[in-house]
Design a binder for this molecule. Structure first.
Ligand code: NAP
Length: 237
């Protein structure tokens, strides 16, 4: 039994650990110092490249455990699995439940447009998603990411930190920088949820970027359910 796990999330790493020798964990190579050592790194070369890889490596099961916003990879996985005739499962972290006072936006560009002049923004969207905000020279940004973004907004500070984050620390950060707005993707998960609680406590406005639409495939929301699916595939081989 050989499974290919498309990673980039803590849950993908946990799944790879559980499956041991029978799984290959693949990372895009976007993070210079990933929290885990992948078994392979870098793109496959689009849909055809991934389909070729699945066939060449005799992969029996494909698990797309990428981040909910890694929509290109998820689309490629759906197409390539169909082409290669390999069963596909998507692990997707449940989205955070919408709070009544959040302002939902379709994408990062919409968030950048909605921010009012002179806002003091906590930009917590990942190092490669800062670009849409570069045109807002009238706004101050506290940009937090694991690795430095390729470019930073004209006004603000950069904070390099890796989750998890605690509620008390998030509250102190918002206060220290007199933050008025948070921009976040609806990534879900416990490790980065404290910023939302801190915003609620302090009356900081939340702009939440909606998840992208993904192709309809079989989905699970827990690592345990993904393991059960793998066992079923194993049983059929
Ligand atoms: P993306 O736009 O969906 O994918 C762009 C390209 O990167 C894909 O077409 C593929 O290249 C390659 N790729 C992506 N994930 C890969 C993987 N696990 N293994 C091998 N190649 C992969 O992805 P993204 O948004 O740039 O994210 C890149 C990685 O960072 C993903 O693995 C994701 O799980 C992780 N991540 C993303 C976010 C986010 O907010 N987007 C947040 C945290 C972590 P080819 O077409 O050449 O195969």
């Amino acid at each position: 039994m050989k499974a290919l796990i498309l990673g980039g999330t803590a849950e993908a790493t946990a799944l790879a650990k559980e499956l041991g020798q029978s799984a290959t964990l693949s990372l895009a190579g976007a993070t210079k110092k990933p929290a885990t050592t992948p078994h392979r790194t870098g793109g496959f070369g689009g849909i055809e490249g991934l389909a070729r890889y699945l066939a060449a490596e005799n992969i029996d099961a494909l698990i797309d455990a990428t981040h909910p916003f890694a929509s290109q990879m998820s689309r490629n996985a759906a197409e390539a699995a169909a082409l290669a005739g390999v069963p596909l499962l998507r692990f997707i972290r449940p989205a955070w439940a919408k709070a009544p006072d959040w302002e939902m936006v379709d994408d990062l560009s919409a968030a950048a447009l909605v921010l009012p002049q002179s806002a003091r923004v906590f930009l917590s969207v990942g190092s490669r998603s800062v670009e849409p905000f570069l045109g807002r020279g009238d706004v101050w940004f506290l940009t937090r990411s694991i690795e430095p973004p390729p470019a930073l907004p004209a006004h603000g500070e950069l904070l390099l930190q890796r989750p998890p984050f605690a509620l008390a620390d998030e509250g102190a950060l918002l206060k220290a920088h007199r933050i008025t707005h948070l921009v976040s993707k609806n990534s879900g998960g416990a490790a980065t949820h404290a910023k939302l609680e801190a915003c609620q406590q302090l009356g900081v406005k939340v702009l939440m970027v909606e998840r992208p639409q993904l192709p309809a495939v079989l989905e699970v929301v827990s690592v345990a359910d993904a393991l059960t699916w793998v066992s079923k595939i194993k049983g059929k081989l």
